[in-house]
Design a protein around this ligand. Structure first.
Ligand SMILES: [Zn+2]
Length: 174
């Protein structure tokens, strides 16, 4: 997995790029939260659930179906998310986690099509260094992860947010 900061950044940057008229700051924050949620599955290790299990890390919590269910659940309990656009945003926010994991170079693949297909997938192009879990993060490998995430996630995300904000400003001025 990329670090949780990088996962959270993607919906926040997308929200900033779209503007608060389309994606409210609160909706963007909930999106950022959903982008972190899939990796809560690591608690499964404590309970003896193996990595390879569909209930384990990168299993069902990383599927598109789970992202859809979570987006709908949020809409069910939160009035502000009760529009097609908000649900779509929340779905994409959570699915962005899976997309980033598909681009990492280590661990097991992602059960993106659970429960219909339990295959663990990666994309053919895996430029993001996988983040070591826990204390192992503070090693050279951890530093490499930070660099790869800065270059491949933070830079494009902040650039997208910047371009979106600049385009809106120009439209407002015109
Ligand atoms: Zn993950």
């Amino acid at each position: 997995m990329p670090t949780i900061f990088s996962h959270a950044l993607v919906p926040l940057a997308a929200g900033a790029a779209a503007g608060r008229a389309r994606v409210s700051p609160r909706l963007a924050l909930v999106g950022a939260w959903l982008a972190i949620v899939p990796d809560f599955d690591v608690v499964g290790f404590r309970f003896g659930i193996t990595y390879a299990s569909e209930w384990g890390h990168r299993g069902f919590t990383h599927s598109l179906l789970f992202a859809g269910i979570m987006a709908l659940l949020v809409a069910l309990v939160w009035r502000e998310a009760r529009s097609r656009r908000a649900v779509l945003f929340l779905f994409c926010a959570m699915a962005s986690h899976t997309l980033l994991d598909l681009l990492t170079d280590g661990g097991q693949g992602v059960a993106i099509f659970w429960p219909f297909d339990l295959t663990r997938y990666f994309l053919p192009w895996q430029p993001i260094r996988v983040s070591p879990i826990g204390a192992r993060f503070f090693t050279e490998r951890g530093l490499e992860t930070v660099w790869s995430e800065l270059a491949l996630i933070w830079l494009p995300a902040l650039a997208t947010a910047g371009v979106g904000m600049a385009m809106r400003r120009r439209r407002d001025v015109a």
